[in-house]
Design a protein. Structure first.
Length: 97
């Protein structure tokens, strides 16, 4: 009887060890595991940096748009853009290439 009990106890411990190994593996490698969480954190940091970069670009464009609007006209910026886009020059300027 005691030999049968030890075999069943051994089988129980082997099954429990295998279940423990499976759950440990799933906790690290699974879809909600530690490695996936770290990957998601890295993706979040990358996307946050990209969002901040795009937000600064939007802010810069908003500033330029405001400076060229009817409410607030920046003459220097208007002159700079006209020279750059349209190729305007003043009559007293000399062009050096």
């Amino acid at each position: 009887m005691s030999e049968r009990l030890s075999i069943s106890a051994l089988a129980f411990f082997i099954i429990m060890a295998l279940l423990g190994a499976y759950f440990a593996f799933a906790a690290v490698q699974g879809p909600s595991g530690v490695l996936r969480r770290e990957q998601l954190k890295a993706d979040t940091r990358e996307l946050t940096a990209q969002r901040d970069k795009l937000q600064s670009e939007v802010d810069r464009m908003r500033n330029l748009t405001k400076r060229l609007s009817d409410d607030f006209l920046d003459i220097d910026l208007l002159d700079e853009r006209a020279r750059d886009v349209l190729g305007y020059l003043r009559s007293d300027e000399i062009i050096i290439h």
